[in-house]
Design a protein around this ligand. Structure first.
Ligand SMILES: [Zn+2]
Ligand SMILES: [Zn+2]
Length: 190
């Protein structure tokens, strides 16, 4: 049966042993959760938060965990989740801060680490179980690195070449002039 109680914190690496088989645990995580806060800080790694244009964004992560047993995986963990963030980062061309949004759903299945060497799982990125597709992850002796899995799903869904405007003219390579604000002597029309 599903558990109605929603929790606001979870360790980055969880122990399967502390979860009851077939019971659902639900989490609504924000910056009060250390590793979620760390993800937000990483999104704004290049950002100067003292700039006047800087506006505080948000991050939230929703997780549903269910520990399962039985063939063919043995003790395994199913995770369904969503990660959302609004953050500011410099435009790759002109460095002006630009607001970015990411909203990604993911499903992950953590199976025992020793199965990683089995030919059946060696080449797989996804597995099919309970009539759904899950990203394949491994837990080591019952330790599942949830934070790393969410990190991977977050960073494969962000824009790695953010532009403050799709027509951004960038900076002059000679003098550093922001060409959106006006042309420098290197870019004046002939
Ligand atoms: Zn720009
Ligand atoms: Zn110039």
């Amino acid at each position: 049966m599903s558990n109605e109680y929603i929790q606001e914190d979870i360790e980055g690496v969880i122990k399967l042993g502390s979860y009851v088989f077939d019971e659902t645990s639900e989490y609504d995580l924000g910056e009060s959760c250390d590793w979620v806060k760390a993800l937000f800080d990483e999104l704004e790694e290049q950002t100067d938060r003292d700039e006047p244009d800087y506006k505080k964004g948000m991050i939230s992560c929703h997780l549903t965990l269910k520990r399962k047993s039985g063939k063919p995986f043995g003790d395994h963990l199913l995770v369904k989740g969503n990660i959302k963030a609004a953050y500011m980062t410099p435009c790759v061309r002109c460095l002006t801060l630009t607001k970015q949004n990411v909203d990604a759903d993911f499903q992950a299945c953590f199976i025992p680490h020793h199965l990683e060497k089995e030919p059946e799982f060696e080449e797989l990125d996804d597995i099919f179980t309970e009539n759904e597709e899950y990203g394949l992850y491994f837990h080591t002796k019952g330790n599942a690195d949830i934070a790393e899995m969410v990190h991977e799903n977050l960073f494969m869904n962000i824009d790695h070449f953010p532009l403050h405007d799709e027509n951004c003219l960038g900076l002059c390579h000679e003098c550093g002039q922001n060409l959106n604000e006006g042309l420098c002597k290197h870019h004046k029309k002939q």
